[in-house]
Structures are given as C-alpha cells and as structure tokens.
Design a protein around this ligand. Structure first.
Ligand code: SAM
Ligand code: SF4
Length: 330
C-alpha cells in the first residue's frame, strides 16, 4: 500500500461509499421530488469495470470498507457479480450495502455468498398505507420479507434505517425500537435532512435528542462502544435485548471530527463531504485515459481539502445539494 489517504486535518480516510446507479424502484418523497426526477443518461453512469478500477486505486491508498448504495443498488443488472469482484480487491476488508429491501427476498443469499458483510435496509414505517404514501409503491410486504431473508442469510449485521419525520412516522419510533428486544438487528433512527426542497418542511424535523428521549420511554438504554469502522451512529441497547439501537444526528450533532468517508457518485464524481459540492470529476479522467497514478494524485488533492467541518451553520434545516441523495446514496 502507498501512503494512507489523509486530509489537512489529520483524518485518515478508510471508507468509500459507492453509488452504482441513480435509478430506483421506489420514489420516497424526501429523496425524489414528486414531479419526477431527471435521471442521468446511461452513458454518464460509470461502467462496473471503471468502478472496479477506481476502487482498486482507493484500496491502494488505504480504503478498507466499501458501501454499495444508489439509487437502489439492487436494480442495477450484474450487481452481485460486481460485488464479488470488489471482494477480490486487495485491502478491502468489509463490504456493506444500503438498500430499500424490496428486492432482498431474491438477493439476500447471493449477496452474502458474494461477500457482503452488512446490510442496511431503509424502512420508515410498518404501516402499509403510510409506506405507499411515502414511497409511492405498495411494497411494504416485500420489504418485510426482505428483512426476514436478510436476517437468515448470515450477514455480520442487519441494520434498519428509519428517517424520522414528525407528524408522519414519529408515532412509530417506540414500535421500531421495541423490535430490538427480540430481533438481532441494529435499529437506526436518522434525523431528517433537507435534500429535496419540495418535500422539506422544518416542522417535520425531530432532533436526535428528542428521538432518544422517545426511545428511552421503553426502558433504560446502556451505551455501547463503537467499532473502528462503525460510523457516526451513537449506539445503545436495552437491558437484555438481542439487538441494538443507533441514533444518527447528522444535523444537530455533526460527526465531522471523526469523518473518515468519501463518496463516489454513479457518474464518477468524488464527494469528500455530504454538505459540499463535488470535489473531483473522475469520469473525465477516465475518459481522457489518465493512468492510475494521475487518478490517485487527483483523489489525494481533493481529500487534502476535505471540509474540516460541514460548511453550514447549525440548524435543523441542514440543506445538502439537491442532487445528493439520489445520486450518491445518502
Ligand atoms: N435506495 C437505497 C435505500 O433507500 O436504502 C439506497 C439509497 S438512499 C438515498 C440511502 C439512505 O438515504 C436511505 O436510508 C434514505 O432513507 C436516506 N435518505 C434519503 N433522503 C434523506 C433525507 N432527506 N434525510 C435523511 N435521510 C435520507
Ligand atoms: Fe429510492 Fe432509496 Fe431514494 Fe427511497 S431513499 S427513493 S428507496 S434511493
């Protein structure tokens, strides 16, 4: 391995999130505007062989964990075979995937076999009607089946991500939290972010502190330590519970000081901070035939300038560029 990938503030970068597509089989109102989204032309989406080449370059600079995301990663053809090839890259120790879960009934087993360690499944409600309202599709039963399949497939971790929206699904916080008492899952509550202005309403925002208060109504929560690559979740557990609770305060308590992640968009853009513009355009380098050394130099330069701290004032309306969620996968 060459020198580790570090920024000007001493952070070592070891985690890359890769969005393999901007396409999705759902239309969550907070992620994709109701009027429809303009998808990138297919010719602008990186081919798997380009992703593999870039991931190899990142691994050569010390990236150890890759998260596959989207859009919905499972709608892209050939995803399992792509992941199998990522698994073979020297230096990649962990592969995780973030999915809406609707295709997990058929994919869980093959993803595990291909070498995926952990699955994050996004699920904001257990109410079928509400699910259809939030996502535009009546797919809750498939997602639940997908969660069951994932818990049986032998992944190291199965996590459920709920974006908490006051007045929409906050009445289900306790119900979701209770699942951890019997199920071996990590239930993660995420603060709602303003990614799609047409869907954003500050009144729907609920802070992590408030979420924690609601969860703790069910019983005492013991804090848990963090693993080296466990990310920004504040982890805790009910006494005697099988599963864990994670509370992610991306808005009210940023985790910039320990941020070790980069994002690669489906169109080859490198994003060093969720709250910043694209830092480098790697697809252009690929198109002009740049060699690996040039690409690595561009990545190092961009990473050096990674924001020390997110560039927005602390506010519940933490806005991120609108393109972000559907093109870079959260
Ligand atoms: N389609 C996959 C899924 O839904 O898990 C992967 C992509 S999705 C963009 C990744 C994550 O971003 C999901 O957990 C989703 O809930 C979250 N997300 C999208 N828009 C968000 C927002 N406005 N605020 C907070 N989280 C958001
Ligand atoms: Fe699709 Fe995920 Fe965005 Fe929902 S959050 S529209 S499932 S990409």
């Amino acid at each position: 391995m060459s020198e580790p990938l570090t920024d000007n503030h001493g952070r070592v970068i070891e985690y890359l999130r890769v969005s393999v597509t901007d396409r999705c089989n759902l239309r969550c109102s907070y992620c994709m505007p109701p009027g429809g989204v303009e998808l990138y032309p297919r010719c602008n989406i990186l081919r798997y062989k380009d992703f593999l080449r870039l991931i190899k370059i990142f691994a050569g600079m010390g990236v150890k964990k890759v998260r596959i995301t989207g859009g919905e990663p499972l709608v892209r053809k050939g995803i399992v075979s792509f992941i199998r090839q990522v698994r073979q890259i020297d230096g990649i120790e962990k592969i995780a995937i973030t999915t809406n879960g609707a295709l997990l009934p058929e994919f869980s087993h093959s993803l595990r076999k291909a070498g995926v360690n952990g699955v994050n499944i996004s699920l904001d409600t257990l109410d079928r009607k509400k699910f259809t309202e939030i996502t535009g599709y009546d797919e809750l039963l498939k997602v639940i089946k997908g969660i069951k399949a994932a818990t049986k497939a032998g992944f190291d971790s199965v996590k459920i991500n709920m974006v908490v929206m006051k007045g929409v699904n906050d009445n289900e916080i306790e119900r979701f939290a209770r699942l951890t008492k019997k199920m071996n899952i990590q239930m993660r509550f995420l603060e709602f972010m303003s990614a799609t202005p047409s869907a954003w309403n500050e009144k729907m925002f609920m802070s992590a502190d408030k979420i924690r208060e609601r969860v703790s109504r069910l019983g005492e929560l013991a804090p848990l330590g963090k693993g080296a690559l466990s990310g920004p979740a504040e982890l805790c557990k009910f006494d005697g519970a099988v599963g864990e609770i994670g509370i992610i305060s991306a808005v009210t308590k940023h985790f910039c000081a320990s941020c070790n992640r980069l994002r690669l968009t489906s169109t080859g853009g490198l994003i060093t901070c969720l709250f910043d513009k694209e830092s480098a355009d790697l697809i252009s380098l690929l198109k002009i035939g740049a060699d690996d050394i040039d690409i690595a130099k561009t990545v190092r330069r961009a990473v050096k300038n990674k924001n020390r701290i997110r560039s927005l004032p602390d506010s519940s309306a933490a806005e991120i560029p609108e393109r972000v969620m559907r093109s870079i996968g959260g």
